[in-house]
Design a protein around this ligand. Structure first.
Ligand code: FAD
Ligand code: DHB
Length: 393
């Protein structure tokens, strides 16, 4: 088998890259360890930056998002029993975010790739990458769980296989520097068949910890609460979850969260991680394979999409002109955004969670930060411009 760009992983990074390359006449093959059904049902993020939503529309995969996605012009920060709205659109000259589930984006991208004759190999087993210090790298894999080994020869490999993938660990460790921070908490996330309790997202800071109110549709609420890092969702019967959520979202004027049957429950760990550089020879890392952000800023999916925009542009330039200049600068261009998004995600996380090692001073400082960010135009504008997404370089 031969293609121009071999892509490992059919998450947002791998599928969007394949789609963008196709629009520029560049061939790719996507190898995915899981089944199509699994990746189309995997529940993850839900907030699309303005630029991500625009890209879906501009590249012809935004129809369902335009129909089913919910455009939000503001978010609420809730603390001290009071609600404070950040008017994203007013503070950013008209930008907004769109609430549209990651697995729906995945469905739209897979449908577009298959309709255009694109090749996605699902359930690819034992995927391994080779010779990427040369100009003829290869990817070996087994198709559909069979014992037959196949080899895909390409010009370039894109490692879009997430944090636990095989591409990053295959690069010699002395060629990479890793930066990491872990947090002393995780999120317990639920999906409930309940009408959203507010038209907008609510990020709540409470003495008992952080809570987040989001949604997926007019009938489905997505909720998260800060929990211990080693927590198991079995320790959280539905009743306990609702009680805790009601407590953390409570306001002085008696606001109540709508409840309903919980149809999904899961724990999301919290980590900040960056690898530098994001490339080695003809292997390019994109998305979670190269960096992880804690979810408080709603950036993971958006950052993955930003990386592959840069990579698609560099590959397009290479195939059009033969110049490797943009390819050589891939990592440098991506990392400028990556570190700014890391800063924002760390800042939102630090401002909104209770830390086990914090003292009374830290607690008062956090409250002052929330007070500042909700009363100063300069501070709320800084939050807003990061939340709706920094411009692409
Ligand atoms: P992924 O989506 O992880 O895609 C990688 C793909 O590679 C997967 O399909 C995987 O099956 C495949 N793969 C892995 N290994 C191999 C292999 N060896 N061979 C072939 N294929 C392989 N972000 C937020 O902003 N908000 C959230 O609420 C949020 N919740 C999350 C919940 C969970 C449980 C997780 C894991 C992440 C969450 N994120 C969230 C982060 C966000 O979903 C990711 O940043 C985003 O999915 C990154 O996209 P990606 O394409 O880089 O990686
Ligand atoms: C959602 C997830 C996030 O991490 C976030 O910051 C906002 C919303 C969500 O799943 O809807």
């Amino acid at each position: 088998m031969r293609t121009q760009v071999g892509i490992v992983g059919a998450g947002p990074a791998g599928l969007m890259l394949s789609h963008l390359l196709h629009l520029h006449g560049i061939e790719s093959v996507v190898l995915e360890a899981r089944s199509q059904q699994y990746v189309e049902e995997r529940i993850r993020a839900g907030v699309l930056e303005q630029g991500t939503a625009d890209l879906l529309v501009e590249t012809g995969v935004g129809e369902r998002m335009k129909r089913d996605g919910m455009v939000h012009h503001g978010i609420e920060l809730r603390f001290g029993g009071r609600a404070h709205r950040i008017d994203l659109s007013q503070l950013t000259g008209g930008s907004a975010v769109t609430i549209y589930a990651q697995h729906e984006v995945i469905k739209d991208l897979i449908a577009a790739r298959l309709a255009a004759g694109g090749q996605i190999v699902f359930e690819a087993g034992d995927v391994s990458v080779h010779n990427f210090d040369s100009s003829a790298p290869t990817i070996q894999f087994r198709e559909n769980g069979t014992a037959t080994h196949k080899e895909l020869t390409c010009d370039f490999i894109a490692g879009c296989d997430g944090f636990h993938g095989i591409c990053r660990p295959t690069i010699p460790t002395d060629a990479l520097t890793m930066y990491e921070r872990t947090y002393p908490f995780a999120w317990l996330g639920i999906l409930a068949e309940a009408r959203p309790s507010s038209e907008e997202l609510i990020y709540a800071y409470h003495d008992r910890g952080f809570a987040l109110h989001s949604m997926r549709s007019p009938a489905l609420t997505r909720l998260y609460l800060q929990c211990a890092p080693d927590e198991h969702s079995d320790n959280w019967p539905d009743r306990k979850i609702w009680d805790e959520l009601q407590t953390r979202f409570a306001t002085l004027d008696g606001w109540k969260l709508n409840q309903g049957p919980i149809v999904q429950k899961g724990i999301t760990p919290m980590r900040s991680f960056v690898v530098e550089p994001m490339q080695f020879g003809s292997l390019f890392l994109a998305g979670d394979a190269a960096h992880i952000v804690p979810p408080t800023g709603a950036k993971g999916l958006n950052l993955a999409v930003a990386d592959v925009r840069v990579l698609a542009r560099a590959l397009t330039d290479y195939y059009a002109t033969g110049s490797r200049e943009l390819l050589a600068r891939y990592s440098e261009i991506c990392l400028r955004r990556v570190w700014k998004v890391q800063r924002f995600s760390w800042w939102m996380t630090s401002m909104l969670h209770r830390f086990t090692d914090e003292n009374a001073f830290d607690h008062r400082r956090q409250l002052a930060e929330l007070d500042y960010v909700t009363t100063s135009r300069a501070a709320s504008q800084s939050l807003a411009e990061n939340y709706v997404g920094l411009p692409m370089e």
